[in-house]
Ligand binder design. Structure first.
Ligand code: ROI
Length: 168
């Protein structure tokens, strides 16, 4: 059985565009997993400390036969391969962040994994790319992504490239 999942990608260090291109390819290489859609690439202002570079963000949809924690293992391995170093500073800059936003319509509250992702509804750099690829999606709590997208502040977010331009 496969599950439709959404994953947020973010980077603001070490050539963010190259990080996201490579991360999307790595996701497509995960066992029993297919990337089925990708948003464009969005430039966003940092949430958290402001003395860090702007971010590049995107959301991809995958179909996976993995269980949630196996998918988490896979995304964390990809973060490591991209030089992710977990620092003490909360919300500091990062080479690659992969967040599992949604795992089908499941709600999970595990020590290692909460889905839907806790920041999903408040982050313009997640909501707007997600709305681009899944405008009619409704979250497990009944809130529609289109509705979130209509109401959220853009905070300077803009689409720098279309999906076609960065997905090869
Ligand atoms: N800010 C932006 N704009 N994009 C991100 O992906 C992002 N990721 C983070 C924090 C540090 C919260 N800020 C971010 O983890």
């Amino acid at each position: 059985m496969s599950t439709l999942c959404y994953i947020a990608l973010g980077s603001n260090l070490n050539a963010p565009r190259a990080q996201l291109v490579s991360a999307r390819k790595a996701l497509s290489d995960v066992a029993n997993t297919h990337v089925v859609a990708a948003s464009g690439l969005y430039a966003s202002r940092p949430m958290g400390p402001q003395d860090q570079p702007d971010y590049l963000n995107a959301v991809v949809a995958i179909e996976t036969e993995l269980e949630p924690l196996s998918l988490l293992d896979a995304t964390q391995a990809i973060e490591q391969q991209h030089g992710r170093v977990r620092k003490k500073e909360r919300w500091g800059p990062r080479t690659l962040d992969l967040d599992i936003l949604l795992f089908g319509q499941q709600t999970l509250d595990l020590p290692r994994l909460c889905v839907p992702h806790y920041g999903l509804q408040e982050r313009e750099f997640v909501v707007l790319p997600l709305a681009e690829i899944a405008p009619s999606l409704v979250l497990p709590n009944g809130v529609s992504v289109a509705q979130l997208a209509n109401q959220i502040e853009r905070n300077g977010l803009y689409r720098r490239e279309t999906a076609q331009q960065w997905v090869s």
